[in-house]
Each structure stands twice: as C-alpha cells, then as structure tokens.
Design a protein. Structure first.
Length: 188
C-alpha cells in the first residue's frame, strides 16, 4: 500500500529517490573512485575496529594498483586526517562545495558504509608524507585516534565534507582508514 499522496513519508521517499543520483554524482566529483579488484573492501564502523586491523597488520604488503603509497606514508596520511579534525585542515574546499558536493558525498559514503577515494591523493595543503619510520607513523596514528576519542572541544570542519558531529567524524575516519587499509594485506 502506497502512502497518501501528500503525506510526509511519501515526500521523504520521493526526496530520497531524487537525491540518490545527485549524491552519487557528487561522490564522483568529490574524488571518489572505484576500488581495484584486489581491494580487500574492509568496513569499519568505529575507530576501535580500525585499530584492531592496524594491530593485526604487523607485516603489511601493498596490493598494487590499490595504492601508490607505502605503509608508512599511508599511516602518516591517516594520522594527518585525524589530527586535522581537531586542529583544522590546512586548506578547505569552498563553503559551496562543502555544503553541496561534499555533504552529498559523505551521505553516500555513510549510506553505503564504505568510502572509496583516490588512495594517492594527499590532504590539500598538508606537508609531505614522511615514510622513513613506519613504527613512528603507526604510533602517531594511534596517538591521533586516542586524542580524537578523548576530544571534548569543538571539531574543525572537514576540508571537503564541512561541519560534522563527533559521531559523523568517527564514521568518516573509520571509513577512511578502512579504505586505506584495504590496499594492504598481511604478508603470508
């Protein structure tokens, strides 16, 4: 049985149906990409799950062409992202981009429960990724995640998604880490 023509539920369903193609286009415009065939397609809903996988990957092996960065660079990049959510991103997309394309891309990712993006694209304005010491990069990421979970001050807008609540930011970070960690596997 269909909801009545003017009902709030029907309007919501129609709006959701019409917004889906726009959101998918926005996700593509926001730097999203299809995952390579050898991507492990990990899904994390929390940062604790991401840290569990980080602890499991004691001898990570890259899965080309899934990533162009080594493990140390990937960890440093992920740490930067978590740190910038607390301190502020060096460069941001325009407010118009954040409120349209960025918001739509985040909603698509959240709806899918999984992010896909260019795994070799640095955060705009971020310093070069130092990959000389993987252990330091791993420690840095763990420190950043701990600081984020304990953070009680306002969070800074995401450079592409704009304003996010703490739970939305955790979801964004968890999906970001899952996307990057999917490009690596434990050496056998």
């Amino acid at each position: 049985m269909n909801p009545p023509l003017g009902s709030p539920r029907r309007r919501h369903l129609l709006l959701a149906a019409s917004a889906a193609p726009v959101g998918l286009l926005a996700a593509g415009a926001a730097g999203c990409s299809q995952a390579p065939a050898n991507d492990r397609r990990l899904v994390f809903t929390t940062l604790d799950q991401a840290l569990g996988e980080l602890d499991r990957l004691t001898q990570p092996e890259a899965l080309p062409p899934a990533t162009v960065w080594g493990w140390g660079q990937t960890l440093a990049h992920c740490a930067q992202s978590v740190e910038y959510s607390m301190t502020g991103f060096p460069q941001a997309k325009s407010q118009v981009f954040q409120r349209t394309v960025g918001t739509a891309a985040f909603k698509v990712f959240a709806w899918r429960g999984r992010m896909t993006h260019d795994l070799g694209e640095p955060i705009p304005g971020a310093p070069s990724l130092d990959a000389s010491n993987t252990e330091e990069a791993m420690d840095r990421l763990k420190r950043a995640v701990r600081a984020f979970t304990q953070w009680n001050a306002p969070l800074r807008p995401h450079f592409a998604y704009g304003e996010l609540s703490k739970s939305e930011y955790e979801q964004a970070h968890a999906m970001h880490l899952a996307n990057h960690f999917s490009a690596f596997r434990q050496k056998t």
